[in-house]
Each structure stands twice: as structure tokens, then as C-alpha cells.
Design a protein around this ligand. Structure first.
Ligand SMILES: Cc1cc2nc3c(=O)[nH]c(=O)nc-3n(C[C@H](O)[C@H](O)[C@H](O)COP(=O)(O)OP(=O)(O)OC[C@H]3O[C@@H](n4cnc5c(N)ncnc54)[C@H](O)[C@@H]3O)c2cc1C
Length: 686
């Protein structure tokens, strides 16, 4: 393949930038790695990048540094991640991530992230779900914020760095990064061969729609929790960008794998997470043994409490993986009707206690202040002296845009291969919660911040080598290509502004969210999933009769923007529900009581969904494929839905005894519930 000779300027003399959409941890890391490789970037974000949803992350980031001498290692981390995800994740990318994790935490430390430290000055690590090891580095309970701000600072630096041409001369007025905040990605620019050549985005301040060339495009646009209504996600997490890419031909992987977190609290706008780190620091989950108990939690004597996770799972106790914990909480509240009495509502609610009152307040302040503050503010009760009341909430999107990888001889990734993180649309990459790659059917706590940063570290070099070998720069494509894409999106937007039907998009969102939440989360039944799919088709039809609530042009218009996002949410809802309907087994977060076992013979495979547009009045459908062919830099690539399980052999998941996760883990620390709940040695924040 003939590569463009000049890497900074295109043949026609333009600066050859790539586009990154998303300024969370995944997007920012990708930008940094691209800049380090000398690739100029245009960075787009719906919100100011420092408000990206990553800022909400509380508990920490995993890395097997083993400072506590427990025998932890990247190999154990790999095994536990594969095992925790019920073997649905391709293992080479997971291995690469776990191997890189200690270096990533040290790098973040050097960037100035104020990680908690032990009294000896070492980085401190806490426990998280699905492991017996202290593997999670943390900055109090605001880890995401500290990480995001540290990366933001690095990107800001690149925004001031002058771009140099191929001879090393400064290009006047051109910086390495140009940032576009408050822009909504609305579509890809695809050339006649289906190669991605840029994006179309809308400036939310004045609604201008504009096409931007990019030698490659990376979507780092986060998860899709808002499809389920209120969740622990930020309200912008509608999945609009990944849905759009899917509708333009990108494959969507494992859409049905949606994580419900066991411990959240209500809020008017969203459900606020009470991080797993609370249990990692010794928080205990319980309900009164007597279902008619009406005393305050703190007044219920120890002997009258049922610590149901510790009793059923003596090994991992309160730190069983989230899919298991959420199902147990659900069972306790919905099936056994054991939810605790709520003095405000005067009745038993679907809530259980999460108790940290036995932990010294000094320790709580040093390690969990951020999250306990959230509880106090939104629940109006002091968690230092009262057990918190929590319930499960939709939390994380394991599925996402399907992305490829190139396996190296040692079972890891070929560094800098343009296949890493590539979607099946040539030139389009995806990373972070927007991709499907690292967590299989269930993500382990504190592995997401890691997969975002590691993913960015893999994506930057992948895009750099793709761009280096690109025969023709996007910046040399005829302007008509971009004008056409701009017009297409302009027309779509105008058709939304012209909608004057009787339906209300916000009401339809509530209906969609209700059906998805009630029938497509913790327990899934085929008969109800059929109803969910029928409801999605119904909502899809009614969306055509929406009346837009705001028709203003040339100024911010959230009403029209919401209609667009809602149209895209309906499409992804169908991918999630149909994927759940098809997967007749139980695996990780996907649980069907009628098919309670994992079925490796039939379902140890990636769900690969392709969009089939609406035809002749019938609604859009999902086409599931078992294999995929795409072209990368002139080389045909053929992939199948087989999961690469070459490194850790699948075996039944069993968390009721200590160390069940792996042979290596079995020789690791044996955590008894008592040991887990003992207050940890006091640590100081750096
Ligand atoms: C409350 C909470 C606590 C968590 N705690 C932890 C934890 O302790 N440890 C852990 O590992 N994980 C945690 N997670 C998960 C983790 O925070 C996320 O998975 C991760 O931060 C996602 O990062 P990201 O970069 O992929 O996307 P995000 O941070 O969601 O960023 C998405 C970016 O895309 C942009 N974007 C989206 N759509 C568009 C569009 N249409 N146009 C332009 N831009 C767009 C947004 O503006 C944003 O900049 C937590 C999650 C929640 C909800």
C-alpha cells in the first residue's frame, strides 16, 4: 500500500488531523498518545471535557502491584477478569491491559494524581469485587475526578504545543490539539468505499451543522445507561454516537451485556452510586431477620441481622462480583419481600442496608469521604452513624461497538497494529465504555478506568499506524464529500424541527426506559422480552409522530437534540433487547431464570449485531452475524464471533468459597468475612 509521503501535510497542503469524539478518560488518553506520536487531533465533546462522565468514578483503578505481598500479579488479574466476565471477553486484549496496569498507575502517580498512600509512603490499594487481593489504587472516593483532571491537564498542554511540519518547522497558528466542546457528533463521513473520512457535528450553542475531515475517527463516547432511564450514569449517556455509527454500518458487540450495580440511592435527576469501595473498605450488606422490623437500622441488634452475602458467599462475602450481588439484592427485595422499612415512606421499600458504622470515622473520612458525603446530601442521613439504604441501579455498558485486535505470539497484542480497537468501518476506531472489548458479560469493579486508559494507549498507536499507511488523506478528498454529509445531517435536523405530531419524546423515553428497566435488566424472561421488543417497535412508530417541544433555530435547542438522541436510543434498545432474547443461557449480568446455566456449547460467542434499516413501512431490525469481513488499508480481514479463550480455560464460576477464581488466586489471601470487615490500617491521602 502506497502511503502518503507527508505525515503532517496532505498532498494539497492541509494539516492532516484525526478526530477523537469524547473527552472522558478513554478519549483524553487517545489524544495524548496520538500527540506523542506526532499526530494532530481535533477533539470533540458534548460537554466540557472535565464534566465527562468519567469524573463521577469513585472507587479506583485496578493494577496488580502487589505492594501488600499477597501474591497478586497481572496473570491473576487476567484470570480474574476473564472469570469475572464469564469468559465472554477476548483474552489477548485483557492480558495486554492487565500487564500494562501497574505501569499505568505509576504513570498517573507521576502525573500528579493524589492517590492515597500507606503510612510508609507507598501507594495504597483497596479491595474491590471479584478478587481477594488489594488491587485497587484510589484517590479517596473521587478517583475518576482526579484521573480526569490529570489527563485534562496533559491535553491542555498539547493544546498549546505548536504543530511542526515534516521538516521540523513550526506551522504558524496550528496547535497539536484543537478542542470543540459543546458539539454533538451526529454522523460519520463515509466515502464511496465505505471508509471513514471524518465526522459531522452540531455546535450546540448555535445549532450549526458542520463536517470535519479526519484521517481517522475515534469514538470514545461512553456508555448507554440513559436508555434505562435513571441510572448511575450521567444524563448525557444516551449512546447517541455509538448508535449512529451502528446505523451507518459499524458492528455492535454483546449489546445485551448491561451491568446493574447493587448499591445506589435515588435522586431527582439520576441514581447516585454508592461505590463498591465502600464494601472494599469493610461495608456490610444486611437486612433485618424479622421482615416486620421497623426500628432504625442502627437500633437492630447484631443477632437480629442477616448478612446475607457473607452467609451465602463466605469466601468473597460482600465483595462477590456485581452481577451476583445485584441478583441477591433483587431476590431479597422482590422475591422474598425482605426490603427494609423506610421511616419516610412508612413502608418497606426495595432497599437493603449497607453499613459502615462499625468502621472508625477517621478511616471513613480518609478513604470514603467523597461518597459518604453524596449519601448524606441526597439521602439526608448521616452514614457515619446510620446504615445506608441502597438498591440496585443500571450502571455500566459491557457491550459496545465491536472492535478488533491483533494477537501477538505471546498471547498479548501486537503493539501499534492498526487492527487494535478498529471497528469494521475502515478508519473508525472505538475505545472506552463505547467499545465492547474488555469485560465480557460482567465487568469487575475498578477495571473500567483501567480499560479506558489502556484502551486509549492502544488506540493512539493503532490510529497513528493506520494514518501512516493511508494511501490518500481525508484532507485531499473532494469537498463535495463533506458537503453531502453536511446536507444529509442538516436535512435530518430540519425534519426534526418540522415535527409537529401529538407524541412527546420525553414521555416516550419514560415508556422505553420503564420497559427496559423492568424487563431487560436483572432477570430476563423470553415471554417478557418479546413484549419489550413489541414495545420498542411501538415506540419507534410513535417517534414518527412526535411534536418537537422547541423549534428555535440558530440557538441552543435541547428539545430537538433530545428527539435525535431518543431516535438513536430506540435503535440501541432493540439491539440490547433482541440480543438478550437470543441468548438462551445465563452468563455474567445476563440472567435468564429459565436458562440458569452458562451454555458454552451454543453461546460462548460474541453477539455481533448489524443494523437493518426500516423497509416498506416495517420497523428497523437487527441482523446478527457469525462472521465479518472488512478491509483495512487494502488488506481483507476476516473475523468470526468465536471468543479468544486461548489464555484462561473457561470453567464454572463459583464464588462461594475463598479463592475460587483461579488456581493462582487460591494460593493467595483467604479472606474470611471477619477479616474483610476489619477496619483497614489507616492511610493518608497524598
Ligand atoms: C458513578 C460511577 C462510578 C464509577 N466508578 C468507577 C470506579 O471507581 N472505577 C472504575 O473502573 N469505573 C468506574 N465507573 C465506570 C467508569 O467511570 C466509566 O466506565 C468510564 O469513566 C467511562 O469513560 P469513557 O472515557 O469511556 O467515557 P465518558 O467518561 O463517559 O466520556 C464520554 C465522552 O464522550 C462525549 N460524548 C458522548 N456523546 C457524544 C456526542 N454525541 N458528541 C460529542 N461528544 C460526545 C462526552 O461529552 C464525554 O466527553 C463508574 C461509573 C459510574 C457511573
Amino acid at each position: 500500500m502506497a502511503a502518503s509521503k507527508n505525515l503532517v501535510r496532505s498532498e494539497s497542503g492541509k494539516i492532516r488531523r484525526v478526530v477523537v469524539v469524547g473527552g472522558g478518560l478513554a478519549g483524553l488518553t487517545t489524544v495524548i498518545k496520538l500527540c506523542e506520536a506526532g499526530v494532530p487531533v481535533d477533539l470533540f465533546s458534548l460537554v466540557p471535557v472535565k464534566r465527562s462522565h468519567s469524573v463521577c468514578a469513585q472507587g479506583g483503578i485496578n493494577a496488580s502491584v502487589n505492594t501488600k505481598g499477597e501474591g497478586d500479579s497481572p496473570q491473576v488479574h487476567l484470570e480474574e477478569t476473564a472469570y469475572g466476565g464469564d469468559f465472554l471477553a477476548n483474552q489477548p486484549p485483557v492480558k495486554a491491559m492487565c500487564d500494562a496496569a501497574p505501569g499505568i498507575v505509576f504513570l498517573l502517580d507521576r502525573m500528579g494524581v493524589p492517590f492515597n498512600r500507606t503510612p510508609e509512603g507507598l501507594l495504597d490499594f483497596r479491595r474491590f469485587g471479584g478478587t481477594l487481593f488489594h488491587r485497587t489504587a484510589f484517590a479517596g472516593a473521587t478517583t475518576g475526578q482526579q484521573l480526569l483532571y490529570a489527563l485534562d491537564e496533559q491535553v491542555r498542554r498539547w493544546e498549546t504545543v505548536d504543530l511542526e511540519d515534516d521538516k521540523g518547522d513550526r506551522v504558524p497558528g496550528e496547535k497539536m490539539v484543537r478542542k470543540f466542546e459543546a458539539w454533538d457528533f451526529v454522523g460519520l463521513v463515509l466515502d464511496d468505499h465505505g471508509t471513514c473520512r471524518g465526522i459531522v457535528a452540531q455546535d450546540l450553542k448555535n445549532t450549526e451543522i458542520k463536517a470535519f475531515p479526519g484521517d481517522a475517527v475515534c469514538l470514545a463516547t461512553g456508555g448507554v445507561g440513559i436508555i434505562f432511564g435513571k441510572s448511575t450514569n450521567s444524563v448525557i449517556n444516551t449512546g447517541t454516537a455509538t448508535s449512529t455509527a451502528y446505523q451507518q454500518g459499524a458492528c455492535y458487540g454483546n449489546g445485551e451485556c448491561i451491568q446493574v450495580h447493587p448499591t445506589a440511592i435515588p435522586g431527582a435527576d439520576k441514581l447516585r452510586l454508592i461505590s463498591e469501595s465502600v464494601r472494599g473498605e469493610g461495608g456490610r450488606v444486611w437486612v433485618p431477620r424479622d421482615p416486620t422490623e421497623q426500628r432504625r437500622g442502627r437500633d437492630v441488634p447484631e443477632s437480629q441481622r442477616e448478612y446475607f452475602l457473607e452467609e451465602k458467599y463466605p469466601g468473597y462475602g460482600n465483595l462477590v462480583p456485581r452481577d451476583i450481588a445485584s441478583r441477591e439484592l433483587f431476590k431479597k427485595c422482590f422475591h422474598e419481600k425482605r426490603g427494609v422499612y423506610n421511616r419516610q415512606s412508612g413502608k418497606n421499600e426495595n432497599e437493603v442496608y449497607l453499613d459502615v458504622t462499625h468502621i472508625p470515622s477517621e478511616t471513613l473520612r480518609k478513604k470514603l469521604a467523597g461518597v459518604l458525603e453524596i449519601y448524606e446530601k441526597f439521602a439526608g442521613e448521616d452514614p457515619y452513624t446510620n446504615p445506608m439504604r441502597v438498591f440496585p441501579a443500571v450502571h455500566y455498558t459491557m457491550g459496545g461497538l465491536w472492535v478488533d485486535f491483533e494477537r501477538s505470539a505471546n498471547g498479548s497484542l501486537v503493539t501499534g497494529s492498526p487492527r487494535n480497537q478498529a471497528t469494521n468501518i475502515p478508519g473508525l476506531y472505538a475505545v472506552g465504555e463505547a467499545d465492547y472489548q474488555y469485560h465480557g458479560a460482567n465487568r469487575l469493579g475498578a477495571n473500567s478506568l483501567l480499560s479506558c486508559i489502556w484502551g486509549g494507549m492502544a488506540t493512539g498507536p493503532a490510529i497513528a499506524s493506520y494514518r501512516k499507511n493511508l494511501a490518500r488523506s481525508a484532507w485531499d478528498m473532494p469537498s463535495s464529500l463533506f458537503e453531502r454529509a453536511e446536507k444529509r445531517e442538516q436535512k435530518k435536523y430540519e425534519s426534526i424541527l418540522a415535527m409537529d405530531g401529538e407524541e412527546n419524546a420525553y414521555q416516550l423515553h419514560q415508556e422505553l426506559a420503564h420497559t427496559m428497566l423492568v424487563d431487560c435488566t436483572i432477570e430476563r424472561h423470553n415471554a417478557t422480552l418479546d413484549k419489550v421488543l413489541a414495545k420498542i417497535d411501538e415506540i419507534d412508530g410513535r417517534m414518527k409522530r412526535v411534536g418537537v417541544t422547541d423549534t428555535v433555530q440558530g440557538k441552543m435547542n435541547q428539545g430537538a437534540q433530545f428527539v435525535r438522541h431518543m431516535q438513536n436510543m430506540v435503535v440501541l434498545a432493540r439491539v440490547i433487547a433482541q440480543g438478550a432474547r437470543n441468548r438462551d443461557e445465563s452468563r455474567g449480568a445476563h440472567y435468564k431464570p429459565d436458562f440458569p446455566q452458562r451454555d458454552d456449547e451454543n453461546f460462548l460467542r460474541t453477539t455481533m449485531a448489524m443494523h437493518q434499516g426500516a423497509e416498506n413501512g416495517s420497523p428497523a431490525t437487527v441482523r446478527y452475524v457469525r462472521e465479518l469481513d472488512y478491509d483495512l488499508l487494502g488488506t481483507p480481514v476476516h473475523v468470526t464471533d468465536a471468543v479468544d479463550i486461548s489464555l484462561v480455560k473457561p470453567r464454572a464460576r463459583k464464588y462461594d468459597t475463598a479463592g475460587a477464581a483461579s488456581a493462582v488466586a487460591q494460593s493467595g489471601p483467604k479472606a474470611s468475612p471477619a477479616a474483610q470487615n476489619a477496619p483497614a490500617a489507616s492511610t493518608e491521602k497524598a
